[in-house]
Ligand binder design. Structure first.
Ligand code: NAP
Ligand code: FE
Length: 367
């Protein structure tokens, strides 16, 4: 057996954990920048809970609520200017993966004298500002990963940077903050979590250790399949989805993702599909492509989710997300080239060539 485990984030999981652990906010100096989306901080209720605590602890705070879905380098630059100008000592991320990823970039830019593009091209030298992460979606697991995925016009795609300094210092996971999510976002983000669990489990980097998280998350996710069918998200189901997402974050921290993520980015960048929707389109073909090398594991996933075949699983997922985008062969060729530049391609269980990626795109988008 051989594995490495580094996951330094302190995790508080459970209903009302933010209020119950309010004193945790007091150990990072007296100035904080809250990084959030346009509405998620308010709708989830997390922004009020946090600002009440900051006021009670006499911590000054600024709110940067301009993070868009799939955050850009320009946005994180703007956030870092505010952080530096006010000499904040703590970044508090409230929102889905977009604000949490933006917060990781802002925390790194605040202490490293570099331009945002350098986050993607060089390694981070100085430790980032500490980050407290409070997810309001149940999907990315970003609250426990070292990854930050940014939209970079310069590369015509989304690119990730990761650094041991980008793990949030503390994360608070309370399903109540996900209850205001629209049903379609609930499903898209849940399917992103599923793809993390699946890709991690099938990854060449899978270990006995990472499989514990992946299997645990798949079991939690499988408890939610009927609720997703019924669009009936009770508190219990929200809690299970958040837990599955968190397990997915732990799992990909150890293994990375594989080609589903590499292929999905172009559908978000060029076709404006949500991240979870983009990933979901590839699940069936991904399983068929990899079946010859990881059949046992795929059978195990089918068993946990109680599907009798890959086709049945695929049908379930596809019926819950939007349409596939209209795409030309030329675009597919371009997307395949871009996918091959993603580091996650090397984690795929079966060795992948550009022509394989082209074929998968064709099967998914042209048929
Ligand atoms: P998101 O882009 O953060 O948010 C999607 C939408 O949901 C936004 O419109 C957001 O509103 C809204 N929203 C969020 N929480 C809400 C709530 N509680 N109530 C009502 N609306 C709410 O979605 P996401 O899927 O969580 O994150 C996607 C990003 O994470 C992508 O960029 C993806 O590449 C990245 N990602 C990162 C990792 C990682 O390890 N770092 C892993 C996978 C994916 P606002 O605009 O108001 O916020
Ligand atoms: Fe993802």
């Amino acid at each position: 057996m051989k594995f490495t485990l580094y996951m330094p984030t302190k995790v508080f999981y459970g209903k009302d954990c933010v209020k119950e652990q309010a004193s945790e906010f007091s150990t990072f100096g007296s100035k904080a920048l809250i990084v959030t989306g346009k509405s998620s901080g308010v709708k989830s209720g997390a922004l009020k809970d946090v600002t009440d605590i900051l006021i009670s602890l006499s911590i000054d705070y600024w709110v940067f609520d301009k993070v868009e879905n799939n955050p850009s380098l320009e946005t994180v630059k703007e956030g870092s200017i505010i952080a530096k100008a006010n000499q904040v000592t703590l970044i508090i991320a409230i929102g889905g993966g977009s604000p949490i990823d933006a917060a990781k970039a802002i925390a790194a830019l605040s202490t490293n004298n570099i331009e945002p593009i350098e986050l993607l091209t060089t390694s981070i030298k100085a430790p980032s500002l500490p980050i407290i992460a409070i997810p309001t979606t149940a999907g990315t697991g970003s609250e426990v990963t070292p990854y930050s995925i940014l939209t970079a016009k310069q590369f015509n795609t989304k690119k990730n940077f990761y650094s041991p300094y980008s793990f949030p210092t503390i994360t608070f996971l309370d399903y109540q903050y996900t209850c205001s999510l629209p049903k379609s976002v609930t499903i898209d983000t849940a399917f992103d979590a599923f793809s993390h669990l699946l890709e991690s489990y099938l990854s060449v980097n899978n270990t006995q250790q990472s499989a514990i998280y992946a299997i645990e998350g798949l079991k939690a996710f499988s408890n939610c399949l009927h609720a997703i069918d019924d669009r009936n998200f009770t508190d219990e189901i929200r809690d299970q989805l958040l837990y599955a997402s968190y397990m997915g974050g732990l799992a990909i921290t150890l293994t990375g993702t594989t080609i589903i993520h590499a292929m999905g980015y172009s559908l978000t960048y060029y076709k404006a599909l949500s991240h979870g929707h983009a990933n979901t389109l590839f699940i069936g073909e991904y399983l068929r492509f990899n079946n010859q090398v990881v059949k046992e594991k795929i059978d195990n996933v089918l068993r946990i989710l109680k599907f009798s075949s890959v086709t049945e699983l695929e049908t379930y997922f596809l019926k819950h997300v939007g349409e596939k985008p209209i795409t030309s062969q030329e675009e597919i060729n371009q997307f395949a080239k871009l996918a091959m530049t993603q580091g996650s391609v090397k984690n795929n269980p079966r060795i992948v060539k550009e022509r394989d990626i082209v074929k998968i795109y064709q099967k998914v988008l042209l048929r």
